[in-house]
Design a protein around this ligand. Structure first.
Ligand code: SAM
Length: 310
C-alpha cells in the first residue's frame, strides 16, 4: 500500500522502477530522523530535477510510515484513562502546595491525552481548563469523560499543536503538562511555553529524568536511541533556569504509579488490540520499555518540575 502510493508519485514524476527499502521501521525511538530510515535503488541515473522529486517521494513515504506508526500507538492507548505514567493522589499532593495561585487560575493542560490531569485540575479549582492534544481520538475521549463527570462546562478541548499556541502573552496562571514535553524536548517546550505564563505563574511539567550520573550500559543504550535528550534532574533544572523559570520543587513519581496506573492497563489493552504489523511493532517496543523499567526504575523515572515564571 505504501509502496503503491509512492510508486504512483514517482511514476507521475517520470521516475519509473524506483524501489524503496526501509533500513528499519519507523518507531517511537527513531521517529525524529524518519528519512534516514529509508534508502532507494534506481535502475537509471538521476538528474538534479529527478533527485529533487526523489527527496519529496522519500519524505512522503516516511510520512506515511510515521502516520501508520502514530495510528498504532494511538490505538494501543485507546480507552485508557492515562496515556502515560502518572497518579491522581500524587498530583493532588503537588497542587496542595501551590499556594501562590489566584483562587480561579487560568489553566492549561498541554498534551492532555484523554484528560487525566485536565479533569483533575478542573475538579480541584472549579475553573476552566484549556486542554490541548494533537490526537483527535484522545480529544474525543476527553469530551466524553468530561460529560460523564459533569465537567463539560469547565473543559475547553483543543485539538492542536502544543508547540504552536497563539494565545496571548501572560494568559495562563497554571500550565500543566504530564509526559508530553519530551515530544518537543524539555528545554524547547519550556522556551515555547514560558511567554504564555502570567507574571509569577506556575508550570508543573513532568519529564523523564535520570536520577543518577552513574548509568548502566543497557539503560544508556536504550534511552540514547529512544530519547537522546533525556537529562539528569540537575541538567533539567539548568534547562528550566535557562528558559526563564525558577525551580520551586521537584517530585519523583513513585515507580508503583507506572505499574498500577499505566503499564498494567496497557498490558490488558495489548490482549484486546487487533494485531497488525504496526501494532505488533508498537507492542514489542512497549514491552521492551517495560522490561527496562522493571530493572532500572531506581535510576530513572518521571520527575515533576514545579516551576515559576522568573
Ligand atoms: C504520553 S501522552 C500523555 C498524555 C496525558 N498527559 C496523560 O498523562 O495521560 C503524550 C501526549 O502528547 C500528545 N502530543 C504529542 N505531541 C503533541 C503536540 N505537538 N501537540 C499536542 N499534543 C501532542 C500525544 O497525542 C499524547 O496524548
Amino acid at each position: 500500500m505504501q509502496q503503491d502510493k509512492v510508486s504512483q508519485i514517482a511514476g507521475w514524476a517520470g521516475l519509473e522502477g524506483l524501489s524503496f527499502i526501509p533500513i528499519k521501521p519507523i518507531t517511537q525511538s527513531n521517529r525524529s530522523n524518519q528519512t534516514d530510515r529509508l534508502i532507494y535503488t534506481s535502475p537509471q541515473p538521476l538528474d538534479s530535477k529527478s533527485l529533487l522529486v526523489l527527496e519529496l517521494v522519500v519524505l512522503e513515504l516516511a510520512n506515511i510510515q510515521m502516520s501508520t506508526y502514530i495510528a498504532a500507538l494511538t490505538d494501543l492507548h485507546r480507552g485508557l484513562d492515562r496515556k502515560g505514567p502518572g497518579d491522581s493522589n500524587f498530583s493532588r499532593h503537588i497542587l496542595s502546595n501551590l499556594s501562590t495561585l489566584p483562587l480561579k487560575p487560568r489553566i492549561a493542560d498541554l498534551g492532555c491525552g484523554s484528560g487525566a490531569s485536565a479533569l483533575l485540575l478542573a475538579q480541584h479549582y472549579q475553573s476552566p481548563v484549556m486542554a490541548v492534544d494533537a490526537s483527535s481520538v484522545f480529544i474525543a475521549e476527553l469530551k466524553a469523560r468530561a460529560k460523564q463527570l459533569g465537567l463539560e462546562h469547565l473543559i475547553i478541548p483543543i485539538q492542536g499543536d502544543m508547540a504552536k499556541l497563539d494565545w496571548p502573552v501572560g494568559s495562563v496562571d497554571l500550565l500543566w503538562s504530564e509526559g508530553a514535553a519530551y515530544n518537543l524536548g524539555f528545554e524547547q517546550a519550556l522556551t515555547i511555553w514560558r511567554p504564555l505564563l502570567a507574571a509569577g505563574g506556575i508550570a508543573v511539567i513532568s519529564e523523564l529524568s535520570w536520577f543518577t550520573d552513574n548509568l548502566p550500559e543497557p539503560a544508556i543504550t536504550y534511552w540514547q536511541n529512544a530519547y537522546p535528550m533525556m537529562g539528569t534532574e540537575v541538567e533539567n533544572i539548568d534547562r528550566a533556569n535557562r528558559s526563564g523559570f525558577s525551580v520551586l520543587s521537584t517530585h519523583r513519581l513513585p515507580s508503583q504509579a507506572w505499574w498500577v496506573n499505566y503499564y498494567q492497563p496497557l498490558r490488558e489493552r495489548m490482549q484486546q488490540i487487533e494485531i497488525t504489523p504496526s501494532t505488533q511493532l508498537v507492542i514489542r517496543e512497549t514491552e521492551e520499555e517495560m522490561g527496562l523499567f522493571e530493572k532500572f526504575s531506581d535510576l530513572y523515572g518521571y520527575t515533576f518540575y514545579v516551576l515559576q515564571a522568573a
